[in-house]
Design a protein around this ligand. Structure first.
Ligand code: FPP
Length: 243
C-alpha cells in the first residue's frame, strides 16, 4: 500500500512505457509484456481509490501506435477487450467511473461497443474517475477541439472572440476534469510523446527507469513523495517572495 502523501495530486496521468523491453528481457512475446502491464494498472487504481486521488488517466495506445506491426496492434486490441470483460464488474463495485478517450471510431467495432457499455454502466459512479487513452494523441485532441469550435462558429452558435482558453478546454477530451497535477512516465524516456499536450501545461513531471510491468505501489509512493516536495507556482512568484 502506498504511504499517504500530505500533498496529494487530484489527477495523475501515467505513460505506461517499457512493456516491450520487459518482454524482450524475458524472451517472451511483446504481447506478454502488455498483458503483464495489467497488474500495475490494477495496483494504481487500487492505490488511487484508497488514497482519494480524484482522477487517473492512463496512456494505453497512442495515435502513433497504429504504426506498430499488425500482430502487436491486434494483441493490444484483444487485451483491451479482455480487460473490459474481466475488470469492469470490479471497477463498478469500487465506484470507479470509466471512460475511454481518443479517436474511438478507428477501434474495432466490437471494442467500441464494449467501451460504450462499460462507460454507460459506470457513468453514475462517484469514486475514482478513470480515463483510458486509446488511439489518443494530444495533437488529435487539440485538432478535434478546434474542429468543434469551427463548426460552432460556422453555424453561428459561437463568435470567434468567444474562443477563450476556457472555451477551448471545454472541447477537449478531459473537459470535465481538472488538469493532471502529476504525470508519471515509466521506462526511462524523458518525453511527453504526444500525450495530454494542453492539459499537462503545469503538471509536475516524474520519470522513472522502472519498466511498466514492474511498477509497484512503492514506486507510486515515490512519485507521490516527489510531487509532495514540489513547490507549484503556475507561472507566479514563490509564495514567500510574492508578499
Ligand atoms: C508502451 O510500452 C505500452 C503500450 C503501447 C501498451 C500499454 C498497455 C497496457 C499496459 C495495457 C493496459 C491495459 C488497460 C486496459 C489500461 P512499449 O511497448 O512501447 O515498451 P518498449 O518501449 O519497452 O518497447
Amino acid at each position: 500500500m502506498a504511504e499517504a502523501a500530505a500533498n496529494l495530486p487530484g489527477h495523475i496521468a501515467i505513460t505506461m512505457d517499457g512493456n516491450g523491453r520487459w518482454a524482450a528481457a524475458r524472451g517472451v512475446p511483446r504481447a506478454a509484456g502488455h498483458k503483464a502491464g495489467l497488474k500495475p494498472v490494477r495496483m494504481c487504481i487500487e492505490e488511487c481509490t484508497h488514497l482519494g486521488v480524484g482522477a487517473l488517466t492512463l496512456f494505453a495506445f497512442s495515435s502513433e501506435n497504429w504504426g506498430r506491426p499488425p500482430e502487436e496492434v491486434g494483441s493490444l486490441m484483444s487485451l483491451f477487450l479482455e480487460a473490459l470483460d474481466s475488470e469492469v464488474a470490479e471497477l463498478h463495485e469500487k465506484g470507479v467511473r470509466l471512460r475511454f478517450v481518443g479517436a474511438r471510431g478507428s477501434l474495432p467495432v466490437r471494442l467500441q461497443a464494449r467501451i460504450a457499455a462499460a462507460e454507460e454502466r459506470t457513468a453514475g459512479n462517484r469514486g475514482l474517475a478513470l480515463q483510458v487513452a486509446v488511439s489518443y494523441g494530444g495533437r488529435w485532441d487539440i485538432v478535434q477541439a478546434a474542429q468543434a469550435l469551427a463548426r460552432e462558429c460556422a453555424s453561428g452558435a459561437l463568435r470567434p472572440e468567444e474562443i477563450t482558453e476556457a472555451a477551448f478546454a471545454a472541447r477537449l477530451s478531459l473537459a470535465q476534469l481538472p488538469d493532471p497535477d502529476l504525470h508519471i512516465r515509466t521506462g526511462g524516456e524523458h518525453r511527453i510523446s504526444n500525450f495530454l499536450l494542453w492539459q499537462l501545461a503545469y503538471a509536475e513531471l516524474y520519470f522513472t527507469e522502472r519498466l511498466w510491468p514492474e511498477f509497484t505501489a512503492a514506486d507510486l509512493a515515490a512519485a507521490l513523495r516527489f510531487f509532495a516536495s514540489r513547490e507549484r507556482r503556475f507561472g507566479q512568484r514563490p509564495a514567500a517572495a510574492s508578499a
